[in-house]
Design a binder for this molecule. Sequence first.
Ligand code: 2BA
Length: 109
Amino acid sequence: MKLIIAIVQDEDSPRLISQLMNDGFGVTKLATTGGFLKSGNTTLLVGVDDSRFQECLSIIEKICKSRKQIATSPVNMGGSSGMYASYPIEVTVGGATVFVLSVDQFVKY
Ligand code: 2BA
C-alpha cells in the first residue's frame, strides 16, 4: 500500500475529490498554506493499494492544471538603507506536487 500526499490548488480540489471518491478511493482533505505564496492550497491524503496506485496518479495528473499567479517579492534597495521595495513576479503553480510514501501498516478500528 502507498500513501499519496498531493498538494493541489484550491480551484482543482472539488473536482479532484469528486473524481477520486466516485472511483472508490478514500480521501482526506487538509486546508494548507503554501510557504512561498502564503496563500491557501489543499493537501489530499490518499491511501491506495499498489494495484490502483498508477490509476490514482493518472486522475491527479488529468485534473490538476498549472496556472500562473503573481507574487510580490521584496527587493533590498541597496546599501545599508534597510529599505525594501516589492515588485510583482509571475510564478507557475501546479498542477500538483505529489509525495508517495510506502505504508508499513494500515489499520482501521
Ligand atoms: P507555495 O510554496 O506557495 O509555492 C507556489 C509556487 O511558487 C510554486 O509552485 C513555485 O512555482 C513557486 N515557488 C515556490 N518557491 C519558490 C522560490 N523559492 N522561488 C521562486 N518561486 C518559488 P509549485 O512548485 O507547483 O508548488 C505548489 C505548492 O506545493 C507550494 O506552494 C507548496 O505548498 C507545495 N510544495 C511545493 N514543493 C514542495 C516541497 N518540496 N515540499 C513541501 N511542499 C511543497
